[in-house]
Ligand binder design. Structure first.
Ligand code: IPE
Ligand code: IPE
Ligand code: MG
Length: 235
């Protein structure tokens, strides 16, 4: 383990809950519950090996198009998740964050999110971010708008706009650069996740459905990452 390269920032597209349930003749909601229950051991492991930030995709801006009962179920499940886990998150010195658009999120859930974020904001351990109502194109468009606004107000000059400055307007402005992006369930796409941040991330795809993705599988992804030759355009 000593010469293992540990990624500073890992992102996971937690996909395949529905198919996991279908395979077992269970309703999709069971897959989502199993998926939620799977998060803790991965967070624990990430923390123990020294990952600085873990950003998991739980609900996309596109997921609103799902049947209302599934969307409602996901809102309630996330609320329960926060309330159930907050104590442990605090104990483990984790900084909890939700990235994504706050608009359209029901009030009860917004309240829980704000509470969890504010009660953990000074924690110096792992940054554990949940992307919820997140869409990367929206994030980037919103950044462009705020940069334009700051330009008009004279807070920044046109000349100062650079990739570094742009990064400072993203939700992930205080996270380390994304090193490793994992997607479960066999789909080979990014589905509007962290498009800017992934520009030089190593990508890792596995056929396992998210509820079946265990610490051993995560370890395998880290091992694989450790062997990659990251050239950044150099030779
Ligand atoms: C990922 O699992 C969780 C969410 C998108 C909320 P899915 O619900 O997409 O599961 P599949 O892809 O239908 O199997
Ligand atoms: C991506 O999964 C979003 C989350 C895991 C939350 P989706 O299941 O929504 O993505 P597509 O529809 O396969 O692209
Ligand atoms: Mg899916």
């Amino acid at each position: 383990m000593s010469d293992l390269k540990i990624p500073k920032h890992v992102a996971i597209i937690m996909d395949g809950n529905g198919r996991w349930a279908k395979k077992r003749n269970l309703p999709r909601s069971f897959g989502h519950k199993a998926g939620m229950n799977n998060i803790e051991s991965i967070v624990d492991y990430a923390r123990k090996i020294g990952v600085k930030a873990l950003t998991v995709f739980a609900f996309s801006t596109e997921n609103w198009s799902r049947p209302k009962n599934e969307v409602d179920m996901l809102m309630r499940a996330f609320d329960r998740y926060i309330k159930k886990k907050l104590k442990d998150i605090k104990k483990q010195n984790i900084r909890f964050k939700v990235i994504g658009e706050k608009r359209n999120i029901p009030d009860f859930l917004l309240k829980a999110i704000k509470m969890a974020e504010s009660e953990t904001k000074n924690n110096a351990g792992l940054i554990f971010a949940i992307a919820f109502n997140y869409g990367s194109q929206e994030e980037i468009t919103d950044c462009a708008k705020r940069i334009a606004q700051d330009c008009i107000k004279g807070k920044i000059s046109l000349r100062s706009i650079s990739t570094d400055l742009f990064s400072k307007y993203l939700y992930t402005h205080d996270f380390p650069d994304l090193d490793l992006l994992i997607r479960t369930s066999g789909e080979l796409r990014l589905s509007n996740y962290l498009l800017w941040q992934a520009s030089y991330a190593e990508l890792y795809f596995t056929d396992k459905f998210w509820p079946d993705f265990k610490v051993d599988d995560f370890q395998e992804a880290i091992d694989d990452f450790s062997k990659r030759d990251r050239r950044y355009g150099n030779i």
